[in-house]
Design a protein around this ligand. Structure first.
Ligand SMILES: Nc1ncnc2c1ncn2[C@@H]1O[C@H](COP(=O)(O)OP(=O)(O)OP(=O)(O)O)[C@@H](O)[C@H]1O
Ligand SMILES: [Mg+2]
Length: 500
């Protein structure tokens, strides 16, 4: 049962509206009770004047929350974390992290809270977590807040990722707080409510290791096994099996990112999950022109997190996880290192398999090894011809149906495309299958910026239009042509900022 009065903060809900009676919402505290060393009990900050900006009704349904109730005053107070069900124990989670290669022993939720765990439709526990809910003991110099624009960026991009079939933490809702947030200028503040398989990060293991408590490390690993890799529990070496599970989940995830041109932008070890879900949509963006050297984040000066580096960085991060887990892998450190090295080598193999399978499917030749050289050559053509990745694959499906004009136009700057096209068409690619895996609508950078700028100014129309387009990414819809088009020339070089 939720505490709190019948305050009606939600947009469109007046005080006089009938409020759906309190629900029996159950928030478990599995993390807080099993791993008390990794959480500090904390409370979310009261809003100045709350206004619900967006709710993902699919996510709400997945965790058994009634979207209509979430829009009521009591629902919004749950989404802000200011009223939680009796028995819930919100905590700020502790974690460490390598940020741009430099180790910070104590990061943690500086502006976030784990409210507790909900139960998903399939019986799995899912975290309900907030971002922007005020300073915590981990805030260091930060203000504990988040601005409307970046929280809505997470909302729209994570939603697009889910629609693309890419494992991701999910945005349940964004609530404006009525509080001004100082970044370069004053911006409206917001809280993001997020649902995820968990918020265990590589950095969580680094933290447990850094305080040199092997018993805690083991409890953390057991918690991770129970929630994410339950089959590991039955294996002879459960912790090695856990590490293998994480390596495989991340290899599959990064391949999926690469296949749609997603650039995460801040792949620090605190932004990599144990579940294999994408987390932290800070400076992320999507490629338009295909170029592995692409970097969008303004603070990534060395290009560490460039598009093409993502698999290497993922493996580097997993090596940090393996280091943290060494005491669990073998009592003899040298032997533990050998076990870890073996498992880490599995990344390359798993990534290559996931990537080739995905690229074959994108080429309309699922399962066909013969398509592999054509896939490699196509990447070169995309790059030399400066072709928009997303439009490129959709144009190829047209070509597979007999209309080669759009592909010829797009690849006009790529020497060798004609010969490539002839060879590929000779394999009789399946155009319909291509259209089921190659999205037409992605959250293109210029559209995201346009929607966030409008929302920051109070107009949510463009955001909802964009969400509608990217939520059904494969099916062409009349009237949505601009959502399928690359950025206009005058949009210029795109830069994203970490000042979230
Ligand atoms: N405004 C802020 N106030 C306090 N701490 C902050 C603030 N912004 C970021 N931090 C902290 O800095 C670290 C790195 O932030 P980062 O942007 O990677 O994560 P985040 O966006 O806050 O959250 P998440 O990774 O959960 O999506 C985290 O420990 C985060 O809590
Ligand atoms: Mg983060």
């Amino acid at each position: 049962m939720l505490r709190g009065g019948e305050r009606a903060y939600a947009a469109g809900v007046s005080i006089a509206s009938p409020i759906v009676p309190d629900r029996d919402i159950r928030l478990d505290n599995r993390f807080a009770s099993e791993l008390p060393e990794l959480g500090v009990a904390w409370k979310a900050q009261e809003p100045v004047e709350a206004r619900l900006l967006a709710v993902d009704e699919d996510v709400a349904a997945e965790v058994g929350l009634d979207p209509a109730w979430l829009r009521t005053g009591d629902g919004v107070r749950l989404l802000l974390g200011v009223d939680v069900p009796a028995g819930a124990t919100p905590v700020a989670q502790a974690y460490s992290g390598h940020q741009f290669g430099r180790y910070s022993p104590r990061l943690g939720d500086g502006r976030a809270l784990l409210l507790g765990e909900l139960t998903g439709a399939d019986g799995r526990l899912l975290d309900l977590h907030l971002k922007g809910s005020g300073r915590t003991p981990f805030a260091r110099g930060g203000d504990g807040l988040a601005a409307v624009g970046p929280m809505l960026r997470e909302y729209v991009v994570s939603r697009a990722m889910a629609a693309l079939g890419i494992p991701t933490t999910r945005a349940l809702a964004v609530v404006a707080t009525g509080r001004a947030v100082r970044r370069e200028t004053l911006l409206p503040g917001a809280v993001l409510a997020r649902v995820a398989a968990s918020h265990l990060r590589v950095g969580s293991f680094q933290y447990a290791r850094s305080i040199d408590d092997t018993e805690l490390l083991r409890r953390l690993a057991d918690h991770a096994i129970a929630r994410h890799h339950p089959t590991a529990a039955g294996e002879a070496e459960p912790y090695a099996a856990l590490l293998r599970g994480v390596v495989e989940a991340q290899a599959s995830l990064i391949a999926k990112w690469m296949l749609v041109g997603f650039v995460h932008g801040v792949m620090n070890t605190d932004n990599m999950t144990i579940s294999g879900e994408t987390i932290d949509y800070g400076p992320c963006a999507f490629l338009d022109v295909y170029d592995p050297a692409t970097v969008y984040s303004s603070i990534d000066e060395g290009g560490r997190y460039a598009f093409g580096n993502q698999p290497v960085v993922a493996q580097w991060n997993l090596a940090r996880l393996a280091e943290a887990m060494l005491p669990l892998l073998h009592e003899d450190e040298q032997q533990a290192v050998t076990v870890a090295q073996d498992l880490l080598d599995g990344f390359r193999v798993a990534f290559a398999a996931a990537w080739s399978a995905g690229l074959r499917a994108k080429l309309g030749r699922a399962g066909d090894e013969q398509a592999d050289p054509l896939g490699d050559e196509l990447l070169t053509l995309l790059q030399t011809g400066r072709v928009d990745l997303t439009s490129g694959f959709r144009a190829l499906a047209h070509a597979a149906r007999g209309d080669t004009a759009p592909a010829r136009r797009l690849f006009s700057g790529a020497d060798g495309f004609e010969a490539w096209l002839t060879r590929w068409l000779a394999l009789a690619p399946d155009a319909d299958a291509m259209d089921r895996v190659n999205p037409l609508y992605i959250p293109r950078n210029h559209l995201v910026e346009e929607a966030l700028a409008a929302a920051t100014g109070g107009d949510l129309g463009p955001l909802h239009e964009l969400v509608a387009a990217v939520s059904a990414p494969y099916e062409p819809r009349p009237g949505r042509e601009r959502y399928a088009a690359p950025a206009p020339e005058d949009f210029g070089t795109y830069r994203t900022f970490c000042g979230t």
